[in-house]
Design a protein around this ligand. Sequence first.
Ligand code: TXA
Ligand code: MG
Length: 330
Amino acid sequence: MTRPVAADADAIARAAAALRRGELVAFPTETVYGLGADAANPEAVRRIFAAKGRPADHPVIVHLHDEAAARRWARAFPEGAAALARAFWPGPLTLIVPRAPHVDDVVTGGQDSVGLRVPSHPVARALLAAFGGGVAAPSANRFGHVSPTHAAHVADDLGDSVAMILDGGASDVGIESTIVSFATDPPELLRPGGIAATALERVLGRPLRGGSAAAPRASGTLATHYAPRTPASLVARDVLHAELLQLCDRDERVAVMARTPAPDTPFDGIWIAAADDATRYAHDLYDNLRRLDAADADVILIEAVPEHDDWQAIRDRLARASHGVDDDRD
Ligand code: TXA
Ligand code: MG
């Protein structure tokens, strides 16, 4: 069982050496922890899929120290991509661009494009500097679990299958990078994330396909399935207490995550107080979802969040969390 180690200079040198040997190293980024392998070593990248229990045709993001290094993985780097790189790298942005000929199919999932990201977390940057090459890294969770934002989450999921886990504290942003694809024109928002679509569109000077203008409207109450075990609903604030009381009347154990305060009446279950501002909410989100998962509840209730742009990535993750077997839990 591999335990997290403090990411001092010695640990980072050992982690870079492990990557060179084709081993897996989990490391912190500002979004979530990544499960890293030498992106130029297909055998090593294949180990990622085995460790996660993830289908091998899913592409992985290549992490680089800077834009110059990133460009070596691209056959073309469109002007819009360069503008976003200048504005937001290092940071929580992944750019999908045409792949360079040397990029292996196991990295791209056989596609003609590659995902590139320059993270800002100091430990990630130190590791990338020490290693020198590209590090292929999906989120460091088992397939089907929420992404890890603490080293302990990684140890819970993957402690048996990684050579090292670098501990860099809690991930600042708390949700994954925003993904923009330049494999199409106009460029397309593939995943809302740490950088708001509106901020990207301002820099690009034009709307993204699937961007802020296309953001889905809120749903009121969505009752579906959460993980294989616990049914979860997104519930509007004004009916949250009433729904909870109804479930309690049926002797259900309930796990709630809400920005509004708990009712005064005691109930069987847990109440997780979520933050009222989007930045803090995102920071805590995956730890809170793990706690909801672990609460052994019959039902999970999640208070719906505002419609504002700042909450777009959070709405996306909550919708997925309440839609059952989650297509983003990879
Ligand atoms: O914040 C993040 O992006 C984190 C940290 C570790 O950097 N990584 C992450 O990786 O979330 P992962 O593998 O869990 O999610 C990456 C997503 C996947 O949905 C994958 O399909 C997509 O990026 N992706 C990667 N390369 C792609 C490509 N060439 N074309 C389309 N989608 C791609
Ligand atoms: Mg993932």
